[in-house]
Design a protein. Structure first.
Length: 325
């Protein structure tokens, strides 16, 4: 499906503000409210858009371990069963088929490094040693720039940034209930949350306001169904040989300015950097790679390009694995 000018204008605004009101969107996009409502309802109905709430797990003492793996061919008959077990785990926040050097990407919400081994050892204990290859890194700082290539507005929006240097913040069981509810239903109104949790409006409103102020609730965005929106999506995994602060700053400036870089993660582990890149065709990625390699040719130790398909499971920096911590 090809997005028309009005759809692109609306998406250009709501991609970083999925919880914006109709009045806010209408004003920013110079469209009537009923037009905005029709566009959003249509994109959601046709499963082109998907809302996601961004929870700053770093502020709650969590890390995100992101990585990729291949299946041992001997376990092809168990592949679907294993993938469903991964999806079911609260530790797993993202699972996606990819094309390239690896077959699947994953993200785990962890509080300690040994939970990575705990996760895979549990699967191997149940199904056998199904991993042929595996690589992973733990996030340091995550940037979400949004879909700048779709923007038809006069000025850019500020990116959402999850900074690993933030101190741990304390939340209680009621906060957990609120967070897990909006993770499952990012567009839930505060009145619906009150009804679901059987709590007073004042309690819910004050707690949500506090968690937004503390940046625990860092934002609400729309992601795309790539197949239905005719978008080519990629993950670029880069080893910079342990980059300096200066080099990382240069990469951040590059990613911030480039319209097709959707998000970026600086990491520690088997690689130093990961970028999500999107194009409306399947040919332009080669020009992106030529540009990136040209600028950072002296720093790049290795670079892998993975064609990202539609997610099997996707919660942006969530869910919070309270029961498995």
């Amino acid at each position: 499906m090809k997005l028309d000018e009005k759809e692109r204008r609306v998406l250009g605004y709501v991609h970083l503000k999925a919880d914006a009101t109709l009045a806010e969107i209408s004003s920013a996009c110079s469209l009537k409210s009923h037009t905005v409502r029709y566009i959003l309802d249509s994109l959601l109905k046709h499963d082109i858009l998907k809302p996601n709430v961004i929870i700053n797990k770093r502020a709650l003492g969590f890390f995100t371990a992101c990585g990729y793996f291949n299946f041992n061919p001997a376990f092809n008959s168990k592949r679907e069963e294993i993938l469903k077990a991964m999806e079911k785990s609260l530790l797993c926040s993202w699972l996606c088929p990819v094309v390239g050097d690896y077959e699947y990407g994953f993200a785990l919400g962890i509080k300690s490094f040994d939970q990575i081994n705990y996760f895979f050892q549990g699967l191997c204990n149940e199904f056998g040693s199904f991993l042929k290859d595996r690589t992973f890194a733990v996030d340091n700082k995550w940037y979400y720039f949004g879909k700048k290539y779709l923007l038809l507005l006069d000025k850019d929006q500020e990116p959402i940034v999850i900074d690993g240097s933030l101190e741990d913040l304390k939340i209680d069981k009621i906060d957990e209930q609120i967070l897990n509810l909006i993770i499952k239903n990012p567009l839930a109104s505060e009145s619906l949350i009150c009804k679901e949790l059987d709590m007073p409006t004042s309690t819910i409103n004050s707690r949500i306001a506090r968690m937004k102020k503390q940046k625990i609730i860092a934002g609400c965005i729309y992601t795309l169904n790539y197949a239905k929106a005719n978008i080519s999506a990629y993950r670029i995994i880069v080893d910079l040989g342990g980059p300096s602060v200066k080099i990382l700053d240069q990469v951040v400036k590059f990613a911030t300015a480039h319209p097709n870089v959707i998000s970026m993660d600086t990491c520690s582990g088997n690689y130093d950097l990961e970028m999500s890149v999107e194009y409306q065709d399947s040919h332009s990625i080669k020009y992106f790679l030529e540009e990136f390699r040209g600028i950072f040719k002296d720093e790049i130790q290795s670079l892998k390009v993975l064609n990202r398909l539609d997610d099997r499971k996707s919660y942006i920096l969530s869910p919070l694995a309270f029961s498995e911590s």
